[in-house]
Design a protein. Sequence first.
Length: 229
Amino acid sequence: MEDTSKLNTSKLGTKKYWDDFYTVEKSNFEENPEDTGECWFDDSNAEDRMIEFLQDHLGEYSIAQDASMIDLGTGNGHLLFQLHEEGFRGKMVGVDYSEKSIEFAREIMNSRFEEDSSLEFSAADIFDPSWDISQFDVVLDKGTLDAIALSGLTSPNGKPITSAYPKVVEKLMKKNSVFLITSCNFTETELKKMIESPVLQAWETIQYPAFKFGGQVGSAICSIAFVKK
Ligand SMILES: C[S@@+](CC[C@H](N)C(=O)[O-])C[C@H]1O[C@@H](n2cnc3c(N)ncnc32)[C@H](O)[C@@H]1O
């Protein structure tokens, strides 16, 4: 079977691409404060679906109104801002390896939220072994594993960098915490194959409208919640 964890590389897998991208988005925002930039997978309403999922599962595993959350590859921070708008009030950390993304997210935060909003943004490469951060109740990824898969980077053991991803996520998770990921590059089966382990188990899948192409039924996007046992 084809190893789909090794996707073709693309400029979307480079830090330079994201630095340039958020430089433009930040300057657009400075000109027009209504323009908070691109919301990944907006067509599929993925952000709302992820938030609804957390709302519908309040009280299950570590999902709570005051759950601590980290958003990996946060971009403009929109997912965390929306979670805050929807009443989630735990500590929320957005991390991204593009300093420009972090500057941009902080600018939006400072313009929209009180200083003590419990939101924070921090620049880090999630694969940096010296990156040290606490554990969370909810770990989020919207489009970040997709971008990482396009980098073509490898781990020190020569395997695709994506193979190191589940361990990075697991380290950030408390026992009984939830990892909610949305991807457009991987199918539900592929994501489960990449991420599942005895410690990290698939729990629920968010269903999106399916499309039919060439007799095959598929979905352009997929969100799965995993639980740390
Ligand atoms: C497709 S964008 C998604 C952004 C945001 N999650 C959203 O939904 O709008 C992928 C993001 O992952 C970030 N990223 C890629 N590789 C990363 C890494 N190794 N560590 C931290 N962030 C990374 C990029 O800078 C970019 O902001």
